[in-house]
Design a binder for this molecule. Structure first.
Ligand code: SF4
Length: 406
């Protein structure tokens, strides 16, 4: 896979070495077991796959290169480049301005942007409407477009389905940049469902041909509820829970069989498993393998607004001692931790999060937008609370020997 030039402040030779040790012996990435780093007072199990994916590395590399190459230009990003606070803060410090927030609310008026300015499209892509506004101002969007090729692959697949007269069911968060972009960049009949629960509600509405009002805000112009569920294909926001997308696809396939019979299914349902992103799949499979381990404490690291990070938490059993943190600053002390509560979408503080054990087993994973440097800092800070003499080189050598069967 292509290598990227990521700014030093987001890199970590410690994390790079773990990946190199694992990749040397598992080039095809079939082994999802976590990497064990053994220290005096703690075993740290790091998910086999985590952190910056292809699309994020590409976007980060381009954004920082554009800034370095254009010191005299005004540089805008359509919205956050990725959902990670440290990366976004670094860009803001370098003078970049975000035109919209993550929900699409305007921060900078379009009228202030002109053809001399640089406008970077983030990895999520953007909508046709925004492209039209900027094209009318003759802003060179193409040159600074970091839309991930795996997102574009979903758009391409969606448009193929639409040209075969299938209605697209887009599994994604209605307000998320990528789902708004996918909805806009695909043609034909489209509807967004956010979860398996919503998919079940929609299936019920289709069966009784009576549709809840909420769907009206989730469909393409001119959508005909009575006629437009005759042929269905499911595509997804690439960072959703892969299993949930499969479940939603199965639900609608079975609904089509129920309505039209098994022998007619080819005419009424199109299988689209291939729109799932490789990184989301790998990170989720690796996190599932991590979740099977006996762990005293687990930290899932990523921006609080990161969709893919939040889905990693859903892969752990309820009641696990698990915390969603953005970086090492959330580890206030060995007693206090700040973390994001997904249920009520707020940051809360908890006490006594580190179990009182002589040797802890700690699980670590991170979302696709979390820099390696953040993961390293979290591990080091946590180990320091155990008065650990953090001998990283010995832990890495032991991992290497274990992997090589010595
Ligand atoms: S999560 Fe997948 S689709 Fe999204 S930016 Fe990363 S590689 Fe691309």
């Amino acid at each position: 896979m292509k290598s990227f030039d990521i700014p030093q402040q987001f890199s970590s030779s410690f994390i790079d070495e773990i990946n190199e040790i694992r990749n040397t012996n598992d080039r095809l990435k079939k082994d999802f077991s976590p990497s064990l780093l053994s220290f005096e007072n703690a075993d740290v199990l790091i998910a086999r796959h985590f952190g910056f994916c292809y699309g994020v590395k590409n976007a980060v590399e381009i954004a920082f290169k554009v800034i370095a190459d254009n010191p005299d230009k005004k540089i805008y990003l359509l919205s956050e480049i990725i959902h990670n606070p440290s990366v976004n803060e670094s860009l803001l410090e370098l003078g970049v301005q975000f035109i919209q927030d993550e929900k699409g609310n305007q921060i900078i008026e379009w009228s202030t942007i002109n053809s001399e300015d640089i406008v970077i499209t983030p990895a999520f892509g953007t909508t046709n409407e925004i492209q039209e506004i900027l094209n009318s101002k003759e802003v060179n969007l193409k040159q600074y477009d970091t839309t991930c090729p795996f997102v574009e692959k979903v758009w391409k697949r969606g448009n193929e389905l639409a040209s075969n007269d299938a209605t697209l069911i887009i599994h994604g968060k209605t307000t998320h940049e990528e789902t708004r972009a996918t909805f806009s960049q695909t043609s034909g009949k489209r509807i967004i469902v956010e979860s398996i629960e919503e998919a079940k509600e929609l299936a019920t509405d289709i069966r009784r041909e009576d549709f809840d009002d909420k769907w009206k805000d989730r469909v393409s112009d001119g959508f005909n509820f009575e006629a437009d569920f005759d042929k269905i294909g499911v595509i997804n926001q690439t960072t959703m829970l892969a299993e949930e997308t499969h479940e939603i696809a199965e639900l609608f396939k079975n609904l089509m069989i129920e309505i039209h019979s098994e022998s007619q299914i080819q005419q009424h349902f199109v299988n689209t498993r291939d729109t799932l992103c490789y990184a989301t799949n790998d990170n989720q499979s690796a996190t599932k393998a991590l979740a099977k381990e006996k762990l005293d404490l687990t930290l899932v690291i990523g921006g609080y607004n990161s969709s893919n990070t939040s889905h990693l938490l859903e892969l752990f059993d309820e009641g696990s001692n698990i915390y969603f943190i953005k970086d090492e600053q959330d580890l206030i002390s060995n007693k206090e931790i700040n973390h994001f509560n997904l249920a009520n979408k707020s940051i809360i503080g908890s006490s006594n999060y580190i179990p009182n054990k002589t040797k802890l087993r700690i699980g670590i994973t991170a979302g696709a937008s979390c820099p390696n440097s953040t993961i390293e800092e979290v591990i080091k800070k946590l180990l320091s609370f155990k008065n650990e003499n953090v001998d990283i080189q010995s832990a890495l050598s032991a991992l290497k020997n274990r992997i090589n069967g010595f």
